[in-house]
Design a protein around this ligand. Structure first.
Ligand SMILES: Nc1nc2c(ncn2[C@@H]2O[C@H](COP(=O)(O)OP(=O)(O)OP(=O)(O)O)[C@@H](O)[C@H]2O)c(=O)[nH]1
Ligand SMILES: [Mg+2]
Length: 277
């Protein structure tokens, strides 16, 4: 099997938690006590190592600069037949926002989405606007509001659907639905902020029903998981002394599709990898 056919691309807007997940995952993969471990030399780990240093001090790391576009490629394996590569472009998430706003997929991204066998889309529900959109706003509310001055914004779920449609189009996956390739995983990040007792799929369905429906009509069995890479909020200035004394590797969990929690942060990647045969 060629390396390109088992690569997983991580996609997420700014502030969803890509860098912090990367830092936490890196440590687990190196330690190798989860379902996946590092299987060779990873490239360009600097942004993640810098974030890990902040976590070791009990602090949150900073935002990744927009221009930063470093391909960090991590070879991973489950110790058995499943081997793959995570393509972790530690880009500032504005690049994703720009793709949506400009409706243009840059060449670098075109190549990336074409080469990946699976995409892992990270969404931070707390960051998505829950305001009414045109479909949910009662018409009576519109009466009296000035049409000229009202800024019309597309809802967040419509934006995410558009992003998936653009990426699907540029990947050349224009065949019959549900799509076989690329596989899709959705990771609901910063799960600790949600205080949801439901499964990740139910939570996504309740919060972003149109996106949920789109994803289920376009992919046969998208894997939807929850993630709290840090387990609690951290400040960039004040140190969290428990983090310092216990170490960041004792924090963070994944919520599996059935709702059960596991401290093994490699599960979302391992589940996607196991579908790529
Ligand atoms: N509560 C909580 N906050 C988190 C978690 N993971 C990340 N954060 C916070 O979310 C913010 C954004 O995280 P980043 O990892 O920098 O996000 P990013 O996707 O890399 O963002 P860009 O670099 O701007 O693209 C930071 O302030 C983190 O402290 C988590 O599991 N729980
Ligand atoms: Mg970042």
């Amino acid at each position: 099997m060629s390396a390109a056919s088992t690569s997983i691309l991580l996609v997420g807007e700014s502030g969803v938690g890509k860098t912090h997940y990367g830092a936490q995952l890196l440590k687990r993969l190196m330690k190798g006590d989860g379902r996946l471990r590092m299987n060779g030399a990873a490239t360009n780990l600097e942004p993640f190592e810098a974030a890990l240093e902040s976590l070791n001090e009990g602090k949150a790391a900073g935002h990744t600069a927009t221009s930063t576009y470093i391909d960090s490629v991590w070879p991973v394996s489950d110790g058995g037949d499943h081997r793959g590569e995570m393509v972790w472009p530690d880009y500032g998430g504005e690049q994703i926002r720009n793709i949506i706003a400009a409706r243009r997929v840059p060449n670098s991204w075109g190549t990336r989405v074409r080469e990946a066998a699976a995409w892992l889309l990270m969404i931070r529900l707390q960051q998505t606007r829950l305001e009414d959109d045109i479909f949910s706003r009662p018409l009576a509310d519109l009466r009296g509001s000035s049409i000229e001055n009202r800024e019309v914004q597309v809802s967040d779920q419509a934006r995410l659907i558009e992003l998936l449609q653009m990426l699907t189009f540029s990947s050349g996956a224009t065949g019959q639905r549900p799509l076989k390739r690329p596989h899709l995983g959705i990771l609901l990040t910063c799960w600790d902020e949600l205080s949801s007792e439901e499964t990740p799929s139910e939570t996504l369905r309740a919060r972003l029903p149109m996106l949920w429906a789109f994803v289920h009509s376009s992919w046969r069995s998208p894997s939807i998981l929850g993630l709290s890479a840090l387990e609690r909020p951290l400040s960039p200035r004040d140190r969290d002394m428990e983090y310092v004394s216990q170490g960041p590797e004792h924090f963070g969990y994944v919520v599996e599709p059935d709702g059960s929690k596991s401290p093994d942060l490699t599960i979302p990647i391992q589940l996607l990898l196991s579908t790529l045969r």
